[in-house]
Ligand binder design. Structure first.
Ligand SMILES: CC(C)=CCC/C(C)=C/CC/C(C)=C/CC/C(C)=C/COP(=O)(O)OP(=O)(O)O
Ligand SMILES: O=P(O)(O)OC[C@@H](O)CO
Ligand SMILES: [Mg+2]
Length: 238
């Protein structure tokens, strides 16, 4: 079974951002979250990635890197694996297969046994990731569901990621993706900032991803979102 099948909650650390004053990666690992993903769109370098992976990898929690370009991939025994995005609704094929081809061409240390893909559906047109990938975010619930179905059944993706980075998403669209998936795991990320928003999104998605909150508000706020996710699962086991 894949690691993520058991995850209710992920903290995503952006190596280009700092933690709240006085907080450490050990505190982040102790929030009760199930895993740490390390990735961001803007300002990513191998050096920043390595610094965060080294710091997070010391704690007893799965750590996966999520590179936004081939140059930010780091190899180390400190992390558990690599989650490589493929953007279903990208306007530029670079973000579907192009960057992947280049990465494979230039990197001779790829460990396929620890490398997996995430099929992103990018939904917030104002997020850097939308600009970066030239995503068409103007999608209704039917289209989101169809992208999710294509990801699972045509492209064989194990993870579908509805990405509202920076804003809380439309639950109807998240639910549409959830309903259509058979075995793939649904990640939801974007705008989760408290117990209630976490619980609501976790009622639809298998796993919620909390990003900016850890940088802006800190670990106490993150702990509330962990509770929200766990309560949603306890109410309606999936
Ligand atoms: C082939 C390799 C190794 C890399 C390419 C991987 C791809 C397709 C990247 C596309 C962009 C993407 C989906 C990045 C994942 C990380 C992510 C979505 C971060 C959140 O981005 P924002 O919140 O918009 O950005 P900032 O917080 O940096 O402003
Ligand atoms: O930063 P937020 O809005 O929590 O989004 C989380 C994650 O989906 C970003 O890739
Ligand atoms: Mg962000």
């Amino acid at each position: 079974m894949s690691d993520w099948a058991d995850w209710d909650h992920i903290v995503k650390i952006d190596p280009d951002k700092t933690l709240v004053d006085g907080e450490t990666f050990e505190d982040v690992a102790a929030t009760g979250t199930d895993a740490i993903e390390v990735g961001g769109t803007t300002g990513m370098t191998e050096e920043k990635m390595k610094r965060v992976v080294d710091a997070c990898g010391k704690h007893d929690i799965p750590v996966y890197i999520e590179p936004s370009n081939p140059a930010s991939v780091v190899h180390s025994d400190r992390h558990d694996g690599y989650l490589i995005p493929v953007v279903m609704n990208a306007g530029d094929v670079t973000w579907i297969t192009g960057a992947h081809k280049e990465w494979i061409r230039i990197d001779d240390e790829i460990d396929w046994s620890r490398t997996f893909t995430e099929a992103y559906i990018v939904m917030n047109p104002d997020a850097s990731v939308a600009t970066y990938t030239q995503a068409n975010c103007d999608l209704d619930a039917d289209e989101v569901a169809a992208y999710a179905e294509a990801a699972e059944h045509l492209l064989g993706q194990d993870i579908v990621y509805v990405e509202y980075s920076g804003m809380l998403g439309d639950t109807e669209k998240v639910a549409a993706a959830a309903d259509i998936l058979d075995d793939a795991t649904l990640f939801y990320g974007g705008g989760i900032h408290d117990y209630e928003s976490a619980r609501t999104m976790a009622q639809h998605a298998d796993t919620i991803v909390v990003g900016d909150l850890v940088h802006d508000e800190g670990v106490d706020a993150v702990r509330e979102t962990v509770k929200g996710a766990q309560d949603a699962k306890a109410e309606a086991p999936q």
